[in-house]
Ligand binder design. Sequence first.
Ligand SMILES: C[C@@]1(CC(=O)O)C2=NC(=C\c3[nH]c(c(CCC(=O)O)c3CC(=O)O)Cc3[nH]c(c(CC(=O)O)c3CCC(=O)O)/C=C3\N/C(=C\2)[C@@H](CCC(=O)O)[C@]3(C)CC(=O)O)/[C@H]1CCC(=O)O
Ligand SMILES: NC(=O)c1ccc[n+]([C@@H]2O[C@H](COP(=O)([O-])OP(=O)(O)OC[C@H]3O[C@@H](n4cnc5c(N)ncnc54)[C@H](O)[C@@H]3O)[C@@H](O)[C@H]2O)c1
Length: 147
Amino acid sequence: MEFLPISIRINNQPILIIGGGNVALHKIVLLKRFTNSFRVIAPDILPEIKQIQGVEYVEKVYEPDDLKGFRLVYITTDKTDLNQQIADHAKALGCLVNVADNPSCSDFVSPAIYVDRHMTVAVGSDGKDVLASVKLRDKLKLWLSEN
Ligand SMILES: C[C@@]1(CC(=O)O)C2=NC(=C\c3[nH]c(c(CCC(=O)O)c3CC(=O)O)Cc3[nH]c(c(CC(=O)O)c3CCC(=O)O)/C=C3\N/C(=C\2)[C@@H](CCC(=O)O)[C@]3(C)CC(=O)O)/[C@H]1CCC(=O)O
Ligand SMILES: NC(=O)c1ccc[n+]([C@@H]2O[C@H](COP(=O)([O-])OP(=O)(O)OC[C@H]3O[C@@H](n4cnc5c(N)ncnc54)[C@H](O)[C@@H]3O)[C@@H](O)[C@H]2O)c1
């Protein structure tokens, strides 16, 4: 196993998302259950992202200075080499990174989550089989709602 399941406080600092496409939107929708403060940086940002309350967006290409002051960084551009480069810059600054197209260079991966008031169930596969994580989360969700 490579990834430790922990619960991190995220409501005290904005989350940085580089890239503003489908994966960025998907991440923001899931993260909205836990925080309401995001900065999105990309030359083309989906209108659905711009409309989300709590999203501050900047329409430009990534530059290394964009990382300053952030702790959690989701890297979601459609360019594999660029994603790797951003991850290297972010790690050098001490940020924790999630790289959408490369779990092996991510500092953290996102589990499949079920939330019921203050209780959470988070299922992960150590970054190896996301569909199995989603399937088990859905089974647990069903079982919990019936018991
Ligand atoms: C659980 C969830 C949480 C979240 O996203 O926050 C999550 N992925 C979700 C959905 C989803 N992801 C993908 C599909 C389409 C599948 C299909 O149809 O084939 C769907 C289904 C859908 O969208 O419904 C594709 C995909 N995912 C990853 C890769 C890259 C790779 O594996 O190399 C590719 C292939 C890309 C490609 O090749 O194009 C990688 C990761 N996805 C993870 C988490 C991390 C591992 C977690 C673990 O340890 O199990 C990890 C490693 C990194 C990360 O992102 O943290 C969320 C469900 C939310 C929910 O239901 O609540
Ligand atoms: N982890 C997952 O769950 C998952 C699921 C599907 C796809 N992916 C991978 O995630 C990546 C993104 O997919 P997508 O569907 O969101 O792509 P997309 O085409 O919808 O969005 C790409 C975004 O990257 C931005 N971008 C491009 N160059 C940039 C730069 N220099 N600086 C800043 N932003 C820049 C674009 O403006 C756009 O907003 C792909 O590599 C894909 O393979 C991951």
